[in-house]
Structures are given as structure tokens and as C-alpha cells.
Design a protein around this ligand. Structure first.
Ligand SMILES: Nc1ncnc2c1ncn2[C@@H]1O[C@H](COP(=O)(O)OP(=O)(O)OP(=O)(O)O)[C@@H](O)[C@H]1O
Length: 620
């Protein structure tokens, strides 16, 4: 129906709607009057406290009095009508009756929406709450965010913004904005909107305080429209030092993802948009010809094939050889990071003021310290490998911990975000997190960090239909004030991804930066013995645990038992204090048989490597 037809229908229907509304209004008024005349509230209170019998006479008297008031009012009203008619004529009476009918019609008008609870703010035409902020106060009370006697103060007038209502509110002095954010779901329920439509943020810094919240309520699901194309498609090239365009938030504000100086963990159940999110991050780096990419795809499908033409190191699959290759490439990179640190410490202060990579250093071909992204899709397939998994965890943890300042960016994606697959020693060093929909709040916390669900961020509550929508927790150092944001990633169709890879290759060819696998060179074979030294395992652990871990190296996983005598001798420690310190770290010695000379075996004291590994986990 076009607009003109709608207007005609509305005009024709309006007298009937008016009469119906006036009738409803009259019925409403009669109900109110009946309650009043029967002293309903007093009667109910007395009933509840089982004192109706005591109060009966009192209530009867009051009822009688109210009947008398009613009769008096009716007589006065009739008199008033007659006097008005006599003085001003029948027209005046008709106007007055019309006004009363209008008032009744307003009272009895139908509220918008279908049956059930109606959204208080949704829809551009529902101005109820701009006219009456009390409605919002009631919602805060219903959500138990403020007390019955408390109220809110509107700091900024309610305004329309990006297809929703925006407002800034001051809570009562005893309340905290953080609690409103945490209980967003309760507030959404009180406002009768889906929580995905409600954004609550703290207003911080000057102009804000711990009790000030900015609230935005969308008219409809803000992620329901078609996805946006990534701006990278229009960019000729990108600078890896600039945050990469990643997506937009509910209010359609751009969200960019800084990659240099940080690392990223992406977690989600299958088919929610992990690979898309990872490819977006990678695309920004691919379009910078000075950047190197290590691409390891455990799934082994076609997702990353197009990027093989620019990858410095590329492994696709999870066979034993693939995993061995990943381990070797990571090992070589760990050694390279160490080498970068050594070289940076020798540079003069002007070139490298803080022993940290700078944009100029990363682009200087003679320095060979390019920004290097290590991207592992379906990382659990590498980490769960019984032979090399633990070791790859150590390598990645090292790269994520020490790598950023040397220009290394670690990006991991997994469809199994559980604590066994991604141990805490690796998770704790991954700066930025992006959780698309996951199975439950525990998985969400594994990706986003401890207790994030209690702070109002739980990726298991995202809708299955919301492909590419996830919670982004940016790195503390580079992020905004809000601990996390719900982001819908940009969209990049397969042909567009392939086009970006082709352009990345061309740029590298033009600048002469094509290297490694893409240039037909998969790097030298790595000396496994050098690995342990390069890795610097045990750093950050208390002594003597750190020395034990360093001494054992791979044996920590391969052996079951280590005699105390061997450790004490190798580490040159006092046996008594060694035993005491290990005990304090939770490692108790046990007695086991070990092979002795001439095929004999001897029972000696020592430690189970499982206990040592558990102590390491506890310390991290
Ligand atoms: N931002 C987005 N907007 C719309 N659709 C998206 C978005 N991101 C991803 N999708 C769609 O979601 C589906 C799954 O995406 P993707 O392959 O990236 O998920 P995945 O989690 O990597 O899946 P898998 O676990 O199978 O590897 C694809 O059909 C993709 O087109």
C-alpha cells in the first residue's frame, strides 16, 4: 500500500478508532473509580495481613463516604452542565463533552505492537519514553539496577541515533555503571528488547564517572541487514602498522583491529565465521608488501590456498610431516626472534630507542626484520598432537610473549576453545581475543578471559543466525575503554579474497620482497638441539623449577621419572633445600626403580615428570 492510500484508510478509520478508544477509556475510568470507591488497596492490604475483620467497619465507613463523594460529584457535574448550557449554550456543552471524550480516548488508546510485553523504546514512533522518562526509571527498577526509592538523572536528552535511541544516564550515587553493563540482559528484559539490541557503555574520563552510562537501544536487530564489504577491497595497499579494518559495531561504527604489538585468538564453533575473521586480519597484512606471513592451516582445505602465493612459510594439513614442518618453522622463527633482539640491542638509540621494532626498522630491507604474522587456522589440530603438541604450545607461547616487540604477530583460530587444547600458558599471553558463537560460557571465558561472562560478555548467547558476529576484546594496551565490543566482521567473498592475494603477490614482486615458500624456498632444516636453547623454556617460573624445566627440555614430556640425584648434580644444588623448595611448589619426591649397572635395577628417590608439569601449569 502506498503512502497516500494509507493516509486515506487512516482518515476513514479514525472516527471509529476514536469511538473505540473513548469507550475503552470510559471503561478504564469506571474500573479505576470502582477500585477507589471500594477502597480496594486498603481492603487488599488488610486481607494480606489477615486483618480484614478488624478493619471491616473502617473500610465500610470509607466506602460509604466515597459513595457520598461520588453522588455529590455527579450532582455537581449535572448542575455544572445545566448552568453552562444555560449561560453559554449547547455548543459549549458539546465542546466540553468532546474534550472529555478526547481525554478518555487518549487514556484508552491502543499501545503499539502485538500482545504481550511491548518494547519500551523500540520503533521510531514510540515516543512514550521520551515524553515520560519515568518509564525508563521503572525499567531500571524492574531490572533491580536501582532501588524502589531511587531514580535516574538524564545527563543528555534522548536522541535518535543510528536506528535506535541513545541516552546518557547518571545512576544514583550508590550504584555503579559496571553493574548495569553486567546485568544488561536484565535491563533488556525490562525494556522488552533482545539483549543484542541493547548497548550499555560506561562514560569514562573527563565528562564521565563510574556511575554514568551511555545506553543505546536499537529499533531492530542491528545485525540483521546484509554484511558490509571490507574497505580493503578498495585499498591499493595497506600499512601493517595501521589497524586493519575488521567490522562494525551495532551502531555501525567502524571497528579496526590493531595487529602490530599484539596477538589474536579467535574461537568459535564451526561455521560461524572464524576463517572470515582471520582472513580479514591477514588481508591487511597481505596488502603490505613488507610483511611476511607464516600460514599454517590444520584443516587442510581450500580456505588458505590462495595465500600460498605470498606466504613465506606455508603448511596445509595435519599429517605427521605437516606438524613436524610447523614445529620446525616455528622453532626457526623463535631463533630469529632471539636474533632480532640481539641485533636491536646493538643498534644505536636513534634507530632503535627502546629495543623494540619501529616502522622504519621493519621496512628496511637491510635489517631483515619485517612484520611477521604467524597464522594458525584450526590450531587445535597442531596443539593436540601427542608428539609435538606440547612443544608447539611452548613455541607459540614464546612467540606471543616475546614476539610482539620484535615485530611478530601471532594469530590463532580454533573451533575447540577449551582449557586442555589451549593451555593457560599460551592463552594468557595472547593479547586480543575474538569470540564468535561458542557452546557455553566456559568456552566463551576461555577465549575472552576469566570472568568475562560475569562482566556481561558471553559469546554463547550470540545468535546462531548471526554469522560473523562476535565479541572482540582488544588488547589492554591498544584497546578502548570498554572491555569488549560486539562486532560484526566485514564480508569478503572468496573471489575477493583471491583478488587480495593476487594483489599482494604483485606488490611483493614489484618491491622485490617475495620470499620463502612463495619464492620457492622453504628454509633450512632446523637443528632440533638448538631449539631448546632458543626457546628459553622456563622463563617466568620460580627457581628451582625453571632450572629443572630448562635442564629436562623435551625429556619433561618424554620421560616419566627423574631421579633427584640427577637433578641435584646437573643443577649443582643443595639436596635438602632443593627438596624443600620443590615441595613448596607442590612436587613431592617418590621412590621408583631405575636401571643400574649389569642389568640390575635400583630404587631411588626422584620426581614424576607429571608432577613437575603440573607445578609448571600452576605457576603460569
Ligand atoms: N561477517 C559475515 N557476514 C555474513 N556472513 C558471514 C560473515 N562471516 C562469515 N560469514 C559466513 O559464515 C559462513 C561460515 O564462515 P567461515 O567459513 O569463515 O566459518 P568457520 O567458522 O571458519 O567455519 P569452519 O569451522 O567450517 O572453518 C560462511 O558461509 C560465510 O560466508
Amino acid at each position: 500500500m502506498n503512502a497516500a492510500a494509507r493516509v486515506v484508510v487512516a482518515v476513514v478509520r479514525s472516527p471509529f478508532r476514536f469511538l473505540a478508544a473513548a469507550a475503552r477509556g470510559t471503561a478504564m475510568m469506571l474500573r479505576v473509580w470502582r477500585k477507589w470507591v471500594r477502597v480496594q488497596d486498603y481492603r487488599e492490604a488488610a486481607e494480606q495481613s489477615e486483618k480484614l475483620a478488624d478493619k471491616y467497619t473502617e473500610i465500610r465507613e470509607l466506602t460509604l463516604f466515597r459513595w457520598k463523594v461520588t453522588a455529590g460529584s455527579v450532582i455537581s457535574l449535572v448542575g455544572l452542565v445545566l448552568v453552562t448550557a444555560w449561560i453559554f449554550g449547547h455548543v459549549a456543552v458539546a465542546v466540553a463533552a468532546g474534550l472529555v471524550a478526547l481525554a478518555f480516548a487518549v487514556a484508552g488508546r491502543r499501545r503499539e505492537g502485538g500482545p504481550g510485553r511491548k518494547a519500551l523504546l523500540a520503533g521510531p514512533r514510540v515516543l512514550m519514553w521520551t515524553m515520560d522518562p519515568q518509564v525508563l526509571v521503572e525499567a531500571f527498577r524492574d531490572a533491580k539496577l536501582i532501588g524502589k526509592d531511587e531514580t535516574l538523572r538524564l545527563v543528555e536528552r534522548v536522541t535518535r541515533s543510528h536506528g535506535g535511541w541513545a541516552m546518557t544516564i547518571d545512576l544514583p550515587a550508590t550504584r555503579k555503571a559496571a553493574d548495569v553493563i553486567r546485568n544488561r540482559e536484565a535491563l533488556a528484559s525490562a525494556l522488552a528488547v533482545d539483549e543484542i539490541q541493547l548497548i550499555v557503555e560506561r562514560v569514562r574520563g573527563t565528562g564521565g564517572h563510574a556511575g554514568r552510562v551511555a545506553v543505546w537501544v536499537a529499533d531492530k536487530d542491528p545485525y540483521s541487514g546484509p554484511p558490509r564489504k571490507t574497505p580493503l577491497l578498495a585499498a591499493k595497499r595497506w600499512d601493517a602498522w595501521k589497524p586493519v579494518p575488521f567490522g562494525h559495531d551495532a551502531r555501525r561504527r567502524r571497528v579496526d583491529l590493531p595487529l602490530v604489538w599484539t596477538s589474536l585468538l579467535i574461537g568459535a564453533i564451526p561455521r560461524q565465521g572464524k576463517t572470515m575473521a582471520m582472513r580479514l586480519a591477514a588481508a591487511g597484512l597481505i596488502l603490505d608488501p613488507c610483511t611476511r606471513l607464516y600460514l599454517f592451516d590444520g584443516k587442510g582445505g581450500k580456505d588458505w590456498k590462495a595465500a600460498e602465493s605470498i606466504a613465506h612459510r606455508f603448511v596445509c594439513g595435519d599429517t605427521a610431516e605437516d606438524i613436524q614442518a610447523v614445529r620446525d618453522h616455528l622453532t626457526a622463527l623463535v631463533a630469529e626472534v632471539q636474533d632480532r633482539y640481539t641485533r636491536m640491542s646493538e643498534l644505536d638509540d636513534e634507530v632503535c630507542p627502546e629495543s623494540k621494532i619501529t616502522p622504519a626498522l621493519s621496512r628496511d630491507p637491510s635489517m631483515t626484520m619485517p612484520i611477521t604474522a604467524v597464522i594458525l587456522d584450526e590450531v587445535q589440530l597442531f596443539l593436540e598432537n601427542p608428539d609435538h603438541g606440547e612443544y608447539i604450545v611452548d613455541l607459540l607461547a614464546y612467540l606471543a610473549r616475546k614476539g610482539p616487540a620484535a615485530g611478530i604477530v601471532v594469530i590463532l583460530a580454533t573451533q575447540r576453545p577449551d582449557s586442555q587444547t589451549i593451555p593457560s600458558r599460551l592463552r594468557s599471553v595472547l593479547g586480543s581475543r575474538f569470540a564468535l558463537r561458542v557452546m557455553d560460557w566456559r568456552d566463551s571465558n576461555i577465549v575472552l578471559g576469566e570472568q568475562m561472562n560475569t562482566r556481561g560478555y558471553d559469546a554463547s548467547t550470540l545468535l546462531p543466525t548471526h554469522k560473523g558476529v562476535g565479541i572482540l576484546r582488544p588488547d589492554g594496551e591498544t584497546g578502548s575503554d570498554a572491555p569488549a565490543t560486539i562486532v560484526r566482521t566485514d564480508y569478503m567473498a572468496n573471489p575477493e579474497w583471491q583478488d587480495i592475494c593476487t594483489r599482494g603477490r604483485l606488490l611483493r614482486e614489484q618491491e622485490g620482497t617475495l620470499s620463502g615458500h612463495a619464492a620457492g624456498d622453504d628454509g633450512p632444516v632446523v637443528d632440533a638441539a638448538a631449539v631448546v636453547d632458543a626457546l628459553d623454556v622456563g622463563s617466568g617460573l620460580p627457581e628451582p623449577l625453571a632450572s629443572v624445566v630448562r635442564h629436562l627440555g623435551d625429556a619433561l614430556r618424554q620421560r616419566e621419572f627423574v631421579p633427584t640425584a640427577e637433578l641435584v648434580e646437573a643443577l649443582d644444588l643443595d639436596p635438602t633445600s632443593f627438596g624443600r623448595q620443590m615441595g613448596e611448589l607442590g612436587c613431592r619426591p617418590v621412590r621408583q626403580y631405575v636401571p643400574a649397572t649389569a642389568g640390575e635395577s635400583r630404587r631411588v628417590r626422584g620426581y614424576l615428570t607429571a608432577d613437575i608439569r603440573a607445578a609448571v601449569e600452576n605457576c603460569e
